[in-house]
Design a protein around this ligand. Sequence first.
Ligand SMILES: [Mn+2]
Length: 336
Amino acid sequence: MGKVNYSKIEQIISENEKIFISTHINPDGDSLGSAFAMYHYLKKLGKDCRIINHSEVPLVYSFLNEKEIFNEISDENIAFIKNADLGIILDIGDFYRLGEVANIIESTTVETINIDHHPLTENDFFTHNFINLDASSVGEILYSYFSSLGSDIIDKEMMLGIYSAVLTDTGSFRFSNTNQLSHEIAVDAIKMGINISEIYQNIYENSSVSRIKLLGNVIQKLNFDCNGELLWFSLNNDMVKEVDGTNQDFDGFTDFFRGIQGVEIALMLYDLKGKVRLSFRSKGKYKVNNVAKKMGGGGHPFAAAALVDGEFSDVKSTVLGLLSTYINNYDEDTSS
Ligand SMILES: [Mn+2]
């Protein structure tokens, strides 16, 4: 699952003129940065292209949307997708994480290419898949793709998107997915004059007051199991409302709590009344995507998620049971 066939991507793009780009609901820095880089690349090729996403751009990423290139669903944009020759889908994980865009694609016969660093799921409805599970981010895959076309393809604008993607998906070059290429991209970005501290401040030193209040409230109610290796916390809409917050306010909480000494797995359980959203993070000892998969989700070994139908108390006891069984039966020698 290492190498992506870059010349095949180039060939497909060269054969098509009207192209939409899309990514997952609640987009993050990788999906938005990658879409931004891909958009500027396609514009350079003279393509008629448009980014169309289910969700709006979160405030901390508005620096990528100064020229308002990110579009939400509208009649005009639905028509654009329906008349497009090609869709380029980035960082998706699963087809249905396209949200409303999935339904629109399903009502057409449009050709799609899926560029991702998540494993394919059973909802594999793309015409072509270009997957590299070893890439830290889709931004990194795009960097390799553009570089394969020539050393002068990546301009400053494309680099801004790529750097934002790599920065965020590697947790600012701290997570275990950070590799040599991630740092080479950083070097290249600095060489090109990208203001990396400004990007960092936009994304990470731009916390809403509601986010910090919510974090404070969650900290009061942390739960530790399995000798402190498993940390979990619950959230719900009332808690977000109480601090006048938004559903972007708890992004990254699990990454943050994984940083506690002794904690190996951090789990968020978000009660959506009838559904529960689970977010798993592992420090590197345990692979949480196995448990996420058993709960109907998936993801990377150390970062995974699931959206589960069911009552909160039932889902909670199921997932905590699975995790504690996994942790308590873990055998250092055979599980590497
Ligand atoms: Mn990603």
